[in-house]
Design a protein around this ligand. Structure first.
Ligand code: VGL
Ligand code: ZN
Length: 197
């Protein structure tokens, strides 16, 4: 089996001091760097939104963390984060970016958010990652990164649905844990056949 490590959104805005800071988000960086040596391939994802993105509360005159209805379904409205080219969108400075074979960006479509590394939030528009993995013969994935209950969760569930053998290293993830989202994410991942370790 060819086994890839997928490092989800270890970016400044999701670390303490960032615009959408995840508690202790930075503490997983040394463990992720060490884990990179145990895989056949390393892939990083980068949340990468244009200014004024439709997932931003500021684009709707709404409060951050409120909900809205998008044409594709319910959507959390986030503080402005990971704006293309900003410091907040850069990877955490200690992440070993040079070890990555591929960096895949997502969330660049102004009208559709993209939690998952495989499909945008309409659950239809592909990012291209599936094709990359399949054409490289990668069939086994281990996911780590930020945030457990959003981008890691959606990526893991999509990957399992696509037929990959998926493990999430919970010790190398940190969660937003908003309104029960972490418990729901764990249950959803397990129901999809994802191994939580
Ligand atoms: C994420 C919310 C908005 C994540 C990205 O990386 O989990 N969460 N954009
Ligand atoms: Zn985002």
């Amino acid at each position: 089996m060819t086994h890839a490590l997928i490092v989800i959104d270890v970016q400044n805005d999701f670390c303490p001091g960032g615009a959408l800071a995840v508690a202790d988000g930075d503490t997983i960086v040394p463990g992720i760097n060490a884990a990179m040596n145990d895989f056949d391939a390393v892939i990083l994802t980068q949340d990468w939104h244009p200014a004024g993105h439709s997932s931003f509360a500021s684009s709707h005159d709404a409060a951050p963390m409120s909900m809205t209805q998008m044409p594709y379904g319910p959507q959390v409205l986030w503080p402005d984060h990971c704006i293309q080219g900003s410091t907040g969108a850069q990877f955490h400075p200690d992440l070993t970016v040079d070890r990555a074979d591929l960096i895949i960006r997502k969330g660049f479509n102004p009208a559709i958010d993209s939690y998952s590394a495989f499909f945008e939030n309409d659950q239809t528009t592909p990012t291209g990652l599936k094709g990359y993995l399949r054409t490289r013969g990668i069939d086994r994935l281990t996911l780590v990164g930020l945030a457990t209950d959003f981008c890691v969760n959606y990526s893991a569930v999509d990957a399992a649905r696509l037929g990959f053998d998926v493990t999430v290293r919970m010790d190398l993830c940190r969660a937003i844990d908003f309104d029960g989202s972490l418990d729901a994410a764990k249950a959803g991942m397990q129901a999809a056949g994802v191994t939580l370790s």
